[in-house]
Ligand binder design. Sequence first.
Ligand SMILES: [Zn+2]
Length: 72
Amino acid sequence: MVFKLLAVVIILFLVYLVFFKRDREKEIKKMNKKEDKKLEAIMEECPKCKIFVAKDDAIISNGKYYCSKECL
Ligand SMILES: [Zn+2]
């Protein structure tokens, strides 16, 4: 009887571990996606020198983001 109980506890623990691991992986994937989107939202590639610039620092011309006046 004790062994049966122990077996059930171990199985439940294993199931818990599997689900927990899956959830963690999902969460990590979600977080990575979020980070990518965030980065894309902030950074833009300069069409001339291919350097990524923050939209806040970029010079916008014709809907494109330039890193500096020289690239304009
Ligand atoms: Zn540039």
